[in-house]
Ligand binder design. Structure first.
Ligand code: PLZ
Length: 448
């Protein structure tokens, strides 16, 4: 099916059919699973999501950075159809199949560094992170894992111990796994003493903390999102990641990059580490890898990945053949359509319009991010930087009512983030930004 790349509202959002479905949801689905914008989606293509009432919504979220190659991608559809007719499952550990191997070859080729690499495939980002932790502990013979403030690594028990934010993720779900430590993040906008102090002091401060509270010899790995996702699209100062990776190497600590959200062309390169010249020992990927099919991976140095005994890694569904076919087609699309460069072009449009918003709205504290992973942090005023969470929620709601699917994030709930499909048209991007401007004016009461 082809969906015209245009916003069209035929009912209020959500419309009557979506409201009926939401009633059913309340009676059937656990209240613990919430819905950000309860307009039920029946189809999607590139920048448009079609809902059950026939409304066409502009997609600025990509299902949280997943459909980077677009819903309705021709290559992905064809690859999935072809694969599903041939083989849906064997379990790779029982009977192997080529697409799994081909995805690992691609990952080994595309991830940062030209050293020998190996990969293993899983189902979700959290599962990839769990396995990276397992592998790091096994290889180093050490227990401690260091993560950062504002980190998000998943919702399983082990990854919740690494995820920073209490509500809604962790609240009363503990106790959590042990030997996971969190240190301050190099967060320029909120580092005590400001951006310059962050640039000069963050690395020393953080590594001193690891030394004093954990000990290098006890530390298996440091895991970091090169651009933090759920925590607020926090970009550490230039050079920080490289310095941290070098420090890890010096102490035989593995440097794990969690690129579940930032990977696969999202930031304008294959991986966010590429922009900084950082080569991680292990890298976790998921989301954008397979055009919406559930697939995740750990890729890393061959000596580390091959140190695991046969049978030590696996799972029933990990690297499902249909998901692998989708991944190969997604990667091919990224290569053929130059989607990394497209992310950079999206960045230019987005930041130009957001900078214009910042000129008229003092609530815009900072605009940051890279490629098609851009955010604005909203504050009550620029002096105190008090987080404006209620305003962020109000703008989000006003965008939704106008048929623009937007997402917020941030440990303090005051960050508005933009993750459009990389295949969105410039026209839809501009229209979405017009809507955002309108929603911002309405929510701040500055509408003329
Ligand atoms: N690592 C960096 O961003 C998932 C979470 C949505 P899964 N982020 C979206 C939610 O509220 O559950 C994420 C991430 C980073 C790991 C994960 C976890 O990936 O595929 O959701 O398990």
């Amino acid at each position: 099916m082809t969906i015209e790349q245009a916003r069209r509202l035929v009912t209020e959002i959500p419309g009557p059919r979506s409201k009926e479905l939401q009633e059913r949801k309340l009676n059937a689905v656990s209240a613990g699973v919430s819905t950000g914008l309860p307009a039920y989606i029946v189809a999607g293509q590139d920048g448009i999501l079609l809902d059950a009432d026939g409304n066409q919504l502009i997609d600025f979220g990509s299902g949280i950075a997943v459909t980077s190659v677009g819903n309705g991608n021709g290559r992905v559809i064809a690859a999935v159809q072809e694969q599903i007719e041939k083989l849906t499952h064997t379990c790779f550990m029982v009977n192997p199949y080529e697409p799994y191997v081909a995805v690992c070859e691609k990952l080994n080729e595309l991830t940062p560094g030209d050293h020998p690499k190996r990969s293993a495939l899983f189902n979700s980002g959290a599962e990839a992170v769990e396995n990276a932790v397992k592998i790091a502990r096994h290889y180093t013979g050490r227990d401690a894992i260091v993560a950062f403030d504002h980190a998000y690594h998943g919702r399983t028990n082990l990854t919740l111990a690494m995820t920073a934010k209490n509500m809604p993720y962790k609240n009363k779900f503990g106790p959590f796994a042990s030997e996971l430590y969190r240190v301050p993040m190099a967060y320029p906008y909120r580092w005590p003493g400001g951006e310059k102090a962050c640039e000069s002091d963050a690395f020393d401060y953080i590594t001193d903390q690891i030394h004093a509270q954990i000990g290098e010899d006890n530390t298996a790995a440091v895991i970091i999102e090169p651009i933090q996702g759920e925590g607020g699209f926090i970009v550490p100062p230039p050079g920080f990641l490289k310095e941290l990776a070098a420090w890890c190497k010096e102490h035989d600590i593995l440097f794990i990059a969690d690129e579940v959200q930032s990977g696969f062309c999202r930031t304008g390169s294959w991986f966010a580490c590429d922009d900084e010249g950082v080569v991680p020992d292990l890298i976790t990927t998921a989301k954008g890898i397979a055009g919406g099919m559930p697939l995740a991976a750990v890729t890393g140095r061959a000596d580390i990945m091959d140190s695991i005994h046969p049978g030590g890694l696996g799972g029933t569904y990990g690297g499902n053949p249909v998901a692998c076919a989708a991944a190969l087609a997604s990667i091919e699309t990224m290569e053929a359509e130059g989607l990394a460069a497209r992310a950079t072009a999206i960045c230019e449009r987005l930041t130009a319009r957001l900078n214009a918003l910042a000129e008229i709205h003092p609530e815009v504290g900072e605009i940051r991010g890279r490629g098609a992973m851009i955010a604005m942090e909203l504050v009550e005023d620029r002096e105190t930087k008090k987080p404006a969470a209620a305003l962020t929620a109000a703008i989000n709601k006003a965008c939704h009512a106008r048929g623009l699917v937007t997402l917020t994030c941030g440990t303090l709930g005051n960050v508005f983030r933009f993750l459009p499909p990389l295949t969105i048209s410039d026209e839809l991007l501009e229209e979405g930004l017009d809507i955002l401007a309108d929603a911002f004016a309405e929510a701040t009461g500055t509408k003329g």
